[in-house]
Write a protein that binds this ligand. Sequence first.
Ligand code: ADP
Ligand code: ZN
Ligand code: ZN
Length: 814
Amino acid sequence: MGYAEVSVNSPIAQRRTFSYAIPPGLSIDVGQAVWVPFGNRLLQGVVLELSDYPAVEEVREIAGVIEPHPILSPYQVPLACWISEHYLSPLFDAVALMLPPGFERKALTFIAVSAIPDDFDLSSLSREQRHTLGLVRRQGKVSLKELEKTLGQKKAQRIVSQLVKLGLATRSYEMEPIRARPKVESYLSLAVAAGKAREEATRLRERGAVRQAALLDFLARQSEPVSLAEARQKTKCNKTIVDALVGKGLVTVRQVEVKREPISYQSITLSSPLPLTVAQKSALARIQSSLLQKRDNNASSAAFLLHGVTGSGKTEIYLQALAEAVKRGKRGIVLVPEIALTPQTIEWFASRFPHRVAVLHSQLSLGERFDEWRRIRNGEFDVVIGPRSAIFAPQPDLGLIVIDEEHEWTYKQHDKSPRYHARDVAIKLAELTGAVVILGSATPDVETFYRAQQGDYQLLQLPERVTPSEGSPLPQVEVVDLREELKAGNRSLFSRSLSQAMTRAVAGGEQVILFLNRRGAATFIQCRNCGFVLRCRRCEVVLTHHPAEDVLVCHQCNYKVSVPQVCPQCLSRRIKFLGTGTQKLEQEAGYTFPQARLLRWDSDVTRGRGSHQARLNKFRAHEADVLIGTQMIAKGLDLPLVTLVGVINADIALNLPDFRAGEKTFQLLGQVAGRAGRGTLWGQVIIQTYAPEHYAIQAAAKHDYALFYNREITYRRQLHNPPFTQLACLVYSHTNDALCQRKAERMKRRLVAERDSRGVADLGIIGPAPAFIHRLRGRFRWQIILRGSELSAFLSQIPVPQGWTVDIEPISLV
Ligand code: ADP
Ligand code: ZN
Ligand code: ZN
């Protein structure tokens, strides 16, 4: 008899597997999804290992298989184990990342009749047992639910148990079916001859029914039925107009089931590979040679950091690398930071690999996602494009993984378990499959760049834009010192420079983006005169203002000071200056530039399906002159009419109480600046700040990544921050603040004791302190930060009680 180690879908299971015996006659593989008895319930599990001996003495049997074939591929099993170990997440949480959408469903129990022995005396059964047996035999197979409906739940279960015990019936299990409704579309055609339709059209036009007439004329020109969507687009008709014509007996509508196509190819034309620039060529050559190499499983990974300024043609390299992989019978996965903001990338792939591109995004229905998962597993796509979770797509023959804008924080799942980073998962996955990884960015994550410098990743650089517009290849950046504005008596949100540039751009029929990073806007206190910001003496991080007590708190070490009345640096009384929101900015812009048409774009106004795209389209169609927005607008937009980008207050990102604040600022400014001058027009960027001399701002203004990186990496080394150490963040949350603090202090003692007893050197335990976002959805939060190495191994020895979350390598400490 064989045994299986199963990851079970139960919160009690945590990071371990359970041993089950494989009943005779059942064939079980690694990666297979099974039903297993767990306590008094039947749960889903996935087999992670087979063995000849059970890990414990008493084992129960696997109840049945969920699907005849393994659901996890051979390389996904070790990947799930690695995620659970590294991020300290429950094992099934890690497994679940790779399961088909909608997999986590209940079991339905079915009853069937076994062959009844000839000598069995049926009259020994009770009337109800006989009745049930007869019913099941007539139907072949009956669901337990069905029996419960007629007999009542308790009685049905009792009778079935009795019949099974007597060997007369057997149970089997199936999942509740997914109800995926087929997608249908309306198709229109003429109900009359084309000549007649044209006559009717003329008559209708005379009576003023212009749009009805237009639709009739349009249909008269078609040789085949036309989809309602297309008719709408071409003739501006709508449902009412169609109904009117149907009512007159001129048009018929048929519902046709359509194959789901995630991309509309109507507007996409085929494209062929572009002739590459010298820099692109040499970068691609190295990727290609790496794709040719045979890498055995578990060999070192082939990862590239493609560092190229915005507009340097990174996408073209992704496309041609993928073409190379496809030529070798391989497939790819491309991760993008946010699918809604990358329509252009998707179009590029669709135009190069028509009908061979799968796009995974959250707006697909469950049925659609399931369909897509199955088609991916069948090998129907050359490439899967999606957000971080697409790294778990069951793409067979994986040869290439691309992570575009690899520095983006959306690649880290920070709000639920497993708290994985898609970049690190990709590197692991590449190790397991032999795939090549390309990490692309104009402003690489400092840690990624450090690894490239260390030789862990191969560094490829594209230092120039492909088509530099005449004059300056990258937009010109002006840094405005807000202290000087105040000295000159200008108290508005717009510096004189920005004001003039805006007026000029709008008058010239060009477009402007105003950028305001609102996150954490009202939490730090800044001197409006000299720009001074209070920092913690111990941690160097910016102190956070807690309005309730009106104190400043270091959310790392809990150091507190009262808010000073005068600025410690310049003695000005104008120390209490808090941030500005986008709404206030919109108001002031309306007042200052009455001639400009404004459009606000932030998460408040873009909730709901399609509203991102709607706003963007509006701006692109030049229905507004000025776009006002938060970090969303910084990403990947190609807007040729935008010649001016104004950053209202660069210090907001700079003063986040986090060691990554400088990096975040540099990246944001770099991306924002990349929005200007994308077309043939000249681009200009104006950055307003109280800290014009800060290296992140200086480097962003000069488009100088090396300048930024060299300073940043020095600070990281000095202050023992990543990549020179590893961090973990433990957060306890509860509705009672005092209880939070007590629990956090107890945990700290526990951690310190463990560290000392095990003699772990170099392990810093910082805090506890109230979290930066101290209260979230009615719960208070306290945190402890660990700083050291091999933190997963250290923490895996310590039981983490309920109420705690553990984040290994948190993306930020705020
Ligand atoms: P990045 O992703 O590096 O910001 P893109 O991939 O968006 O840059 O490229 C910028 C523009 O340059 C795109 O319009 C792209 O089509 C074009 N492009 C890229 N490579 C070439 C090339 N070799 N020749 C001509 N145009 C190119
Ligand atoms: Zn001051
Ligand atoms: Zn501190």
